[in-house]
Design a protein around this ligand. Structure first.
Ligand SMILES: [Zn+2]
Ligand SMILES: [Zn+2]
Length: 340
């Protein structure tokens, strides 16, 4: 071979390699889902979900290895968010949504299609939960049926065991996806099984129902306050790109949508900031045990409110009975006096 032919052969080979990898990249990059960052708009649902329900599930791609999934408002008013993080050796799905039936929401198929690799060469998948509420784990059954998939239990014992956190809620754990480490920080308070995930690669924090642009439903205020302090401490001065919660229940002006509304016009964007975490800590410190609005947060303990209402109704009933009994006695006494 002459040096010229050698050069042209090398050039042809290089060109072929480039073209082949470009082709492979287009085939595997799921080009149907553009990269939209975190400000992406979700479908706003509808006032007439029976008439025009729209897509059952939506996917936004944050980067080539980070996907945000959401069951749409017409599928379930909860419209929970789920997150798929892809590492070199494994992928992680955080939460499985509010719908069990694959005919209604094809969650397993959607996730499978997003995973790199083909057929039996698909990346293994680990499925975890932010907490055990049904709207974050109803799709577990679908995922369990996927080959190469491990679904972690949602009860407190399974969580303590899987993450090796015997001193719960103290301590923290780590999930290694291969070139992508995820910190797991216990954050009970909304629910006793809640954990928050911090992705060291993207700087994203997945905060479930612990911190979200919506109602902060408090189950255990003591645990919640401690968890806020624990999370602030665990994140320290690590870079945080955004906090991504489990639902969006506010419009762009911070006004809460009506409870269970399936129509969210002008919905707020998903991401929250470290300042929001500080704001949550302040609001938790001010919480009166029932209902508190502070710094854009609305904190509610619906059990305490229900107990308070029940106590109030009970008190009114007791007072009414007392009045009726007293009236009847006086009447009887008056009659007896008249008869005498
Ligand atoms: Zn919840
Ligand atoms: Zn929830």
């Amino acid at each position: 071979l002459t040096p010229r032919r050698k050069a042209s052969l090398a050039l042809t080979t290089a060109l072929t390699v480039v073209l082949a990898s470009l082709l492979a990249a287009t085939l595997t990059s799921r080009a149907a889902i553009p990269e939209e960052g975190l400000e992406a708009k979700w479908s706003e649902g509808s006032l007439d979900c029976a008439g025009k329900p729209g897509p059952a599930i939506e996917v936004h791609r944050y980067d080539p290895r980070t996907f945000i999934l959401r069951e749409s408002l017409c599928t379930t008013f909860e419209a929970p968010l789920m997150y798929l993080l892809v590492g070199e050796q494994k992928a992680l799905l955080i939460d499985t949504g509010d719908v069990a039936e694959p005919g209604k929401v094809a969650l397993a198929r959607t996730v499978q299609e997003l995973l790199p690799g083909e057929g039996s060469q698909k990346l293994p998948l680990l499925v975890v939960h932010t907490h055990r509420h049904l709207d974050h784990r109803a799709g577990d059954g679908q995922l369990r049926a996927l080959p190469g998939t491990q679904v972690i239990g949602y009860d407190l014992e399974s969580i303590k065991q899987f993450y090796n956190l015997p001193d719960w809620p103290r301590g923290r754990a780590r999930i290694d996806l291969g070139q992508r480490a995820i910190d797991v920080i216990p954050t009970p308070g909304h629910n006793e099984t809640e954990v928050t995930f911090y992705d060291r690669v993207s700087g994203l924090v997945f905060s479930g129902d612990f911190l979200l642009p919506g109602r902060i439903l408090v189950d255990d205020i003591g645990a919640y306050r401690e968890s806020a302090a624990r999370l602030i401490n665990a994140l320290g001065d690590r870079p945080v790109t955004a906090f991504l919660g489990g639902h969006i229940e506010m419009d762009a002006h911070g006004k809460l949508f009506e409870w269970q509304s399936q129509h969210h016009p002008d919905e707020r964007a998903l991401p929250m900031t470290s300042a929001d975490l500080q704001g949550l800590a302040t609001a938790l410190a001010r919480f009166n045990g029932f209902y508190t609005e502070s710094g854009g947060f609305t904190l509610i303990n619906s059990i305490h409110i229900l107990i308070a209402i029940a106590v109030a109704i009970g008190a009114v009933l007791i007072a009414l009975v007392w009045i009726v009994v007293r009236y009847a006695r006086r009447r009887r006494a008056r009659k007896a006096a008249q008869a005498a």
